[in-house]
Structures are given as C-alpha cells and as structure tokens.
Write a protein that binds this ligand. Sequence first.
Ligand SMILES: Cc1cc2nc3c(=O)[nH]c(=O)nc-3n(C[C@H](O)[C@H](O)[C@H](O)COP(=O)(O)OP(=O)(O)OC[C@H]3O[C@@H](n4cnc5c(N)ncnc54)[C@H](O)[C@@H]3O)c2cc1C
Ligand SMILES: NC(=O)c1ccc[n+]([C@@H]2O[C@H](COP(=O)([O-])OP(=O)(O)OC[C@H]3O[C@@H](n4cnc5c(N)ncnc54)[C@H](O)[C@@H]3O)[C@@H](O)[C@H]2O)c1
Length: 468
Amino acid sequence: MTEPASLTVDVLVLGWGKGGKTFAAAMAAAGKRVAIVERSAAMYGGTCINIGCVPTKTLIHDAELRRESDDAATSFAKAVTRRDALIAKLNDVNFHMLADRDTVTVVDGQARFVSPHEVEVTPSAGGRGTNEVLRIRADLVVINTGAEPVRSEIPGADLDGVYDSTTIQHAEPFPKRLAIVGAGAIALEFASMMRGFGSQVTMLVRGDRLLPREDADVAEGVSKLLRDDGISLRFGATVTEIVRSEAALRLTLDTDTGAEHLETDALLFATGRRPATAELGLDAAGIDTDEHGAITVDEQLRTSASGVFAMGDVRGGAQQTPLSLDDHRVVLDAVTGEGLRRVSDRVAVPATTFITPPFASVGITADEAKQRGDVVRTVMVPVAGIKAMPRPKAVGDPRGFIKFVVDARTDLILGARLLHVDAQEVINLIALAMRAKVTATELRDGIWTHPSSTEALNEVLGQLGDPH
Ligand SMILES: Cc1cc2nc3c(=O)[nH]c(=O)nc-3n(C[C@H](O)[C@H](O)[C@H](O)COP(=O)(O)OP(=O)(O)OC[C@H]3O[C@@H](n4cnc5c(N)ncnc54)[C@H](O)[C@@H]3O)c2cc1C
Ligand SMILES: NC(=O)c1ccc[n+]([C@@H]2O[C@H](COP(=O)([O-])OP(=O)(O)OC[C@H]3O[C@@H](n4cnc5c(N)ncnc54)[C@H](O)[C@@H]3O)[C@@H](O)[C@H]2O)c1
C-alpha cells in the first residue's frame, strides 16, 4: 500500500530515543494514531541501544575478559563482531516494538518544523519504515531527538584516526597508542576500555584534576586507579593542532609550560554532546532554546509551543537513559494522567561511569554538604581492606573504595561514592534507601546475600567518623 505524502495522527514523536519510543508505545496501546520519525535506520531504538550505553558496555565487558597474552587487535576485532551482532538484534527488536503496532507509522527521514504542529520530512533511504510521508500533522508533538558529539574545529580534527564516541567503536586499525581529549564519562569509559584491549592510553585533560565536582579524595582515588592501570593522565593540556606524520598523528598541545608535541596512532574527542536541535527548524514552531541549543521546558516538559513537549538529552541537563525514560512518565502523566508529576520530584538519582571497576555515585559530596552547613559523618575505606566483602577478592579485582556522607543529626545518607566490582548494582540499593529514608544504621544492620558486594555496608557503615 502506498502511503500518502501527508499524514495526520494524534501523536507525533520526533526521534527514536528512550523516552519517545516508550511514550509512542504507550499512546499506541491506548489506541492513538502515532507517527515516529527517525532519521537513520541504524538508530531505531536511539543512542543508548545503537551507539551509546549498550554497545560500549558490551565492549567494556570483553575488554575486562581479555588476558594480557591475547593479541590486542584480535581481541578488539572479536569484541566488535559480538557488539555488532547484539546491536543488530536490539535495533531489530526496537523497530518491531513500534512498527508491528497497527496504529503506528514509522517514518524514515529528518524532521523539521514548519509550524508548531506540523513537520516536513526529508526522507532517508535504507530504512524499513516508510520514506514517502513528507508532511505530518498532530495535535500532540514530542521532541526526543537526543544529542550529538560536539565537533572540534581545530586544524586536523577531520583526519583519519580522529574519532568520536561512535566511530571509535569500529576503530581500524586498532590504535596501539590512543590519546583522548576530555575527562567526562565517555573519556573515562573509553580510556579504561581501550587500555583493557591493550592500547597505551593518554588522557589529555584541560583542568588540573579529574572529576572536579567530586571530593578531592574521591577524584584522587579514581585517578590512582587509572594510573595504576597504566593510563597516562596529562593535566592542563589542550590540543591545538593535529597533523599526520607518516603513520601517526602529531598533536600540538598547549600546556602551562608552553607548546609540546605528542605522537599517537589515534585521537578520541570526548568533549561533550550537544542537544540535536540545529536542524529542527524550531523557530518556525516558536520553540525556545537556551544558549546551549537545549529546548527550554517547564517542570512537566512543556516547550514554549502549546501541545509540544521535549524529553531526553534534547532538553538539556544530565544525559542518561533512565532520565529520558522518566521524562516519558512525566509527559504521559501530563497528557493522560493527573498532571501531578514534576521533573523536580526526582531525588537520589544514581549514576555509574563504567570504568573497570565501575565508579557509581548518588547524592551530594562531603564538600557540598559542608558548604550548605550540614553536620556530617563520613567514611572512606579501600575495598581491599573491607573484611566482610569477599566478592571483589573472589572475582579477582579488589581495587577501589567506598565513601559515604551521612547526616549526623538524622542518620540519613546524603551521598555515596562507590568504586568497585558491582558498584553499578549496589548504588541502586543506596539510592532507594535514600528515597525511602532508610537510615545508615538500618543499612549497616541489614541482612544481605553472601558473598556479595552489598554486604560491605555492614562493615563500612559501622566505621562512620565523628560528626564534623
Ligand atoms: C558512548 C555513550 C555511552 C553512554 N553510556 C551511557 C550509560 O552507560 N548509561 C546511561 O544512562 N547513559 C549513557 N549514555 C547517554 C545516553 O545514551 C543518552 O542520555 C540517551 O540515550 C538519550 O536518549 P534520548 O531519549 O535523549 O534520545 P536518543 O536515544 O539520543 O535518540 C534521539 C534520536 O533522534 C534521532 N534524530 C535526531 N534528530 C532528528 C530529526 N531531526 N529527525 C528525526 N530523527 C532525529 C537520532 O538519530 C536518534 O536516534 C551514553 C551516551 C554515549 C554517547
Ligand atoms: N555511564 C554513563 O552514564 C554515561 C556514559 C557515557 C556518556 N554519558 C553521558 O553522555 C554525555 C556526553 O559525555 P562526554 O563525556 O562527552 O561529556 P561530558 O560533558 O561529561 O565531558 C566532557 C569533557 O570534555 C571536556 N572538554 C569540553 N570541551 C573541551 C575542549 N574544547 N578541550 C578539552 N576538553 C574539553 C570537559 O572539561 C569534560 O571533561 C554526558 O552527559 C555523559 O554523562 C553517560
């Protein structure tokens, strides 16, 4: 059946992100006619599934399993093959999750507003939806177009061997030496992963330490882990030029002591991801953005255009898949529920940076607590010294630390920083305890499975220092 060139639906979702696809499925299940526009078939399911969380954690897992004696390039190539097979499957599942519903039309193309409730689609080839719908109208529009890597403008940034977080996942040839610009989650995860595969990794950090928003002892603990792993940390270094010199890249670095040069086989730019709004024609819809190009929204994710919502990375703020997912709950509640949910209702949102072992965090730091005048009790202990935590030793990686910040008056957890095996799981329990107002003493006296990483709470929370 040939699709009409224009389509009117109840709900139009732009971009196949976590929040948008879940919202689209919910609205379709409620009997609404839904259209979802995705510009690339390789992105059915969005960033997380195709180029973000899942493929990188697959590669990280394989890097962790590699033995020192395994050939680096072969190990990486095998891991990429496994990654690609998994991602192809997930992409397909995501496509069918929406395309198989009677009331959903999947449109392959790039969407651009022509008015608040109408978009024009520039069709894209190679998809499995329709690329014949050129205009779509809906009373309810959700923008979920995500974010894109910030592109460097320095000379040489477009040379072969210069990667972003997407292209490096298929780096060819495997870089024996890798320089990384940036020190956020992407830089840290790829540094740890590529080191695991056998690269000599140099992180080029423009500041004077890692994790500037963390307590100094936490930042130092993470830095030490990376250094002990053989990753070189260069602080106060900014790349100003890249030139090809025979088979290598020659970087010019601006440092505190003047210009320096560094030879590397490859360079990864991990300097942030910017909301994908430039091509959306937001002016035509009267949709406002901030100075970073993020769509401005209210507490219920309404944009400045009535009936148009934004969710996920495109609206600015922390970029994490579970936040995009929770955004869809807020919008669903606003349009079909009681309208009670607000994004500011969120408390104790956990996050994990998947270095090896993972670094997980929730709540505030000791410095932040002191700045706001709280009297706190803190503890920071190395994992290797926690007697009642055999699991990291059993799996052969007893590195890292655990830090807690507890309110001295109420005994409630204000924040936790975990660097250890299983930290990405344990942090969820601590976040739940914070939301449910479970005290540090109750966590300390909890009955946990054995041997597990959670049971560290029995010992660590028994070592809180005096109030200060
Ligand atoms: C390498 C990497 C690793 C990450 N790891 C993690 C992790 O471990 N844990 C975590 O929580 N978060 C992680 N993130 C962040 C997480 O992936 C994002 O926060 C999340 O995927 C954002 O989802 P979203 O809903 O905003 O939209 P996205 O999933 O980004 O989807 C947006 C979609 O819109 C499409 N699009 C854009 N413009 C248009 C247009 N004009 N017309 C049509 N379609 C358009 C895009 O092609 C894309 O498919 C990672 C990110 C990266 C890059
Ligand atoms: N596990 C996770 O939850 C996970 C994993 C990967 C990415 N993400 C998210 O994806 C987003 C993008 O990640 P990211 O690491 O690229 O961004 P980021 O904003 O977290 O970090 C960017 C880094 O680049 C540096 N930087 C920026 N411009 C620079 C320049 N011109 N020269 C030198 N350094 C520069 C910054 O100082 C910072 O260290 C983040 O929001 C991140 O939280 C999350």
